[in-house]
Ligand binder design. Structure first.
Ligand SMILES: Nc1ncnc2c1ncn2[C@@H]1O[C@H](COP(=O)(O)OP(=O)(O)O)[C@@H](O)[C@H]1O
Ligand SMILES: [Mg+2]
Length: 239
């Protein structure tokens, strides 16, 4: 028997009303992500990438279609998602373009907070936060506030925070957009490592063609639809 995918989005649509017309932000998209898989979502601005992540991450319900996590139907058209708040926090880690760290907390306090919300005792949370930061090469930065960190370091703290509850699914929306090419590649390499070592399923919206070789699969959206999908790392032709 093969295990159910960590994430399975089936025929998801999301329609927004805009004045008299309807915007089809997403128009029948299906996506499966297995344990240990790192999947890239590509597509022009406005193609529905963020909408797909919101639906996959149980932050918004689809207008049509459904979302399964490890085979269990958790979200479908017309159903409110408020009841899934705890489930989401325990199972899904989010990373956004901006790190959005709390400025008056240190790096390790920012990461620990994600666990304390889930009733992990403060001392255990702090110890685990420091371990996570050390694992991401930020052990020496654990006691620093965000303003003392570079953009790449802040983004790694945000990734540590996303990992705090050991999620099976990680969703990242343009996490490298604010970083230079080398730092951006380090962040994607980190996701690759997390997929390989923890078996998390990871979906990353990215514009950066230079790191596509690190992904298992690439899905391309246009106008809310999948227009291309390739398995295996994308090989960038040598110049
Ligand atoms: N809350 C919303 N209300 C109305 N239209 C929206 C909303 N969110 C997204 N859209 C529209 O849906 C389309 C897809 O948006 P989005 O998923 O943010 O695209 P991307 O992340 O690929 O840039 C765009 O045309 C956008 O304007
Ligand atoms: Mg977007």
């Amino acid at each position: 028997m093969t295990a159910a995918p960590i994430l399975s989005v089936r025929e998801a649509a999301r329609h927004y009303r805009s004045g008299d017309s309807i915007v089809k932000a997403l128009d029948g998209v299906s996506l499966d992500v297995n344990a240990g898989e790192l999947v890239a979502i590509l597509g022009p601005s406005g193609s529905g990438k963020s909408t797909l992540l919101l639906i996959a991450g149980l932050l918004e319900p689809p207008t049509e279609g459904e979302v399964r996590i490890r085979g269990t139907l958790v979200s479908k058209a017309g159903e409110e998602l408020g009841r899934l708040r705890d489930f989401r926090r325990r199972n899904i880690g989010f990373v956004f373009q901006k790190a959005n760290l709390i400025p008056f907390l240190t790096a390790s306090e920012n990461v620990a907070l994600a666990m304390e919300i889930d009733d992990v005792p403060a001392r255990d949370a702090r110890r685990h936060a420091e371990r996570l930061l050390a694992g991401l090469g930020l052990g020496h930065r654990a006691g620093n506030r965000p303003t003392k960190l570079s953009g790449g370091e802040q983004q790694r703290v945000a990734i540590a925070r996303a990992l705090a509850n050991d999620p099976t699914l990680i969703l990242a929306d343009e996490p490298t957009a604010a970083l230079d090419g080398a730092r951006g590649r380090q962040v994607i390499a980190l996701f690759r490592q997390i997929a390989d070592t923890r078996g998390a399923g990871i979906v990353v919206v990215t514009h950066d063609p230079r790191s596509l070789d690190l992904f298992d699969r690439t899905i391309e959206l246009t106008d809310g639809r999948v227009i291309g999908e390739r398995s295996g790392p994308v090989r960038i032709p040598a110049r």
